[in-house]
Design a protein around this ligand. Structure first.
Ligand code: SF4
Length: 169
């Protein structure tokens, strides 16, 4: 299922994921355990993702949406990497290639932006494409159309939601 058309309606900011240059993007939750049509989110059913969590001995929990103007639904993201390959300005990185921690623990973390932005360099299928340089987006929409589960929504107008959320954090 695509990320909700009305994102971020119904969600709340759960915290910041920071970049060491002073920029940050916002995580929204709660994560989802079911899509609007009742089906399970893609990350819960994708065999590679499920197997990767099992191999690590990590519990797979609802994660939410990373980013606001460039919003990636991490419960739908299956670590395909098409967005990472498509982006002309390297907005995304595989977060686990910089900090190999569970996705549920990224809120509050500061990254240097040194993670891989190469499609096939994900740590494993538990990794997520993180819009760590959201502020560099040039609104080309290339990432939106290539994402297999349509987990990405890019909307420059959501800068207002970002600013409102930032005031609460
Ligand atoms: S809209 Fe374009 S510039 Fe922005 S994150 Fe997607 S691919 Fe990158």
């Amino acid at each position: 299922m695509p990320i909700a058309e009305n994102f971020p309606e119904g969600l709340k900011p759960t915290g910041k994921i920071s970049l060491s240059d002073g920029n940050y993007h916002i995580m929204w939750g709660p994560g989802k355990t079911a899509n609007t049509d009742g089906s399970k989110p893609e990350a819960l059913t994708d065999q590679d993702v499920v197997a990767a969590y099992k191999a690590r001995g990590e519990e797979q929990v609802p994660l939410g949406v990373s980013g606001t103007m460039v919003a990636v639904d991490w419960d739908s993201c299956i670590a395909d990497g098409a967005c990472i390959e498509a982006c002309p300005v390297q907005v995304f990185q595989w977060y686990r290639t910089e900090k190999d921690i569970p996705a549920k623990d990224v809120v509050g973390q500061t990254f240097d932006g040194t993670g891989s932005d190469v499609k096939d360099e994900r740590k494993d299928s538990t990794d997520k494409a993180d819009p760590i340089r959201e502020h560099d987006c040039i609104w080309c929409m290339a990432c939106v159309s290539v994402c297999p589960p349509q987990a990405i929504k890019v909307d420059q107008a959501n800068v207002e939601a970002h600013q409102r959320a930032a005031e609460t954090l």
